[in-house]
Design a protein around this ligand. Structure first.
Ligand code: PEP
Ligand code: MN
Length: 345
């Protein structure tokens, strides 16, 4: 059974006391695999706290020595990498504002040649899967094979209670394309607020992520950055205790075989039914076109909508699931009819 990796630590190193205190409290409670800590912070405004820089490197060395927990930091330039490697750090992450820039990533990848280090790459701020995947190829070509991905959602501007849009589909697509690269979730940056971290972390675990990266501060209320999303050590311990962490053993999957076979049969039937439905829609489109009738017939749609919601209620289907499914059917139907209307028959 492979254990989920737990990476925890403050958004940023603020003082020697703060990082050592956080590491001490963590070492006395939950077993973590890596202590995270930003020392160069990519902030929107130059007037914000931009990290303690290289001054913090000896504090991190102390953590590794005293508490025997390896430390990871964010690097954004070859100079950051050089200073950190010289002070013995072996674990790094590339942040979401760096992973968006292929020139910078290439410079970093080139600078890692010949080093025995581990690199985690956060998804770029914008939802561009190929750009993210290209980053892994750049490091792989430079000879860095200890790579992992960190999923931290996207800055889309969509109004959400969360800071970033999780767009879980991207995580699933990444896992489908890159089966060999472990992927961790950073629920702290998706959430933006402490109260959402649990639900995001749990969903990520249900989507079979290989670990979590969580911001933890010894006194989050006074943190110099991301103070609304950092957990206290107490809250972090409770979170880890409350989360259902599914085992990653593959043996257990054998029990699922029977259910999966049922699902395959049902999916097959669903697709056959969908094909039949689309055939009828083509006939309807031809009729409407011949008689010059608009595609959208709102009374008919209301009737379908209400009937289907009633049936789904009787079948105990959650109303929002029923609504998503109906919307898909209706939008597809309209698109098909539009295509038929535009075709020369
Ligand atoms: C961070 O991990 O502190 C950070 C800056 O995250 P991101 O690059 O995901 O915004
Ligand atoms: Mn942060």
């Amino acid at each position: 059974m492979v254990k989920s990796k737990i990476i925890a630590g403050p958004c940023s190193a603020e003082s020697r006391e703060q990082v050592l205190k956080t590491a001490q409290l963590l070492s006395e409670s939950t077993n973590i695999d890596l202590f995270r800590c930003g020392i160069w912070k990519p902030r929107s405004s130059p007037n914000s706290f931009e990290g303690m820089g290289e001054k913090a490197l000896p504090w991190l060395q102390e953590i590794e020595t005293i508490y025997n927990i390896p430390v990871c930091i964010e690097i954004a330039t070859p100079q950051h990498l050089e200073m950190a490697v010289n002070s013995g750090i072996k674990h790094f992450w590339i942040g979401a504002r760096t992973s968006v820039n292929p020139f910078l990533v290439q410079e970093l990848a080139t600078a890692t040649k010949g080093l025995n280090i581990n690199i985690m790459i956060k998804n770029p701020v914008s939802p561009d899967l190929q750009l993210w995947i290209g980053n892994f190829e750049r490091f792989y070509k430079a000879g860095i094979h200890n790579l992992a991905a960190v999923y931290r959602g996207f800055s889309t501007g969509n109004p959400l209670p969360y800071r970033n849009d999780p767009m879980w589909k991207f995580l699933i697509d990444f896992k489908r394309i890159n089966k060999e690269i472990p992927i961790y979730c950073d629920p702290s940056h998706i959430a933006g607020k402490r109260k959402y971290i649990y639900e995001i972390a749990q969903r990520a675990l249900f989507l079979d992520v290989d670990g979590l990266m969580i911001e933890v501060h010894d006194n989050p209320g006074n943190a110099l950055c991301d103070n609304e999303q950092q957990l206290s050590v107490f809250e972090f311990n409770k979170l880890i205790e409350d989360l259902i962490i599914p085992s990653k053993s593959t043996e257990r999957n054998n029990d699922l075989k029977k259910f999966r076979e049922y699902l395959n049969v049902i999916d097959n039937e669903l697709f056959h039914l969908l094909a039949k439905r689309l055939d009828i829609i083509k006939d309807i489109a031809l009729y409407k076109k011949e008689h010059n009738i608009p595609i959208l017939q709102i009374d008919r749609w209301n009737e379908v909508y209400n009937n289907s919601l009633e049936i789904s209620q009787q079948l105990n289907i959650d109303p929002s699931t029923a609504e998503t499914f109906l919307t898909f059917l209706h939008e597809t139907s309209i698109q098909y009819q539009e295509k038929m209307f535009c075709m020369d028959l």
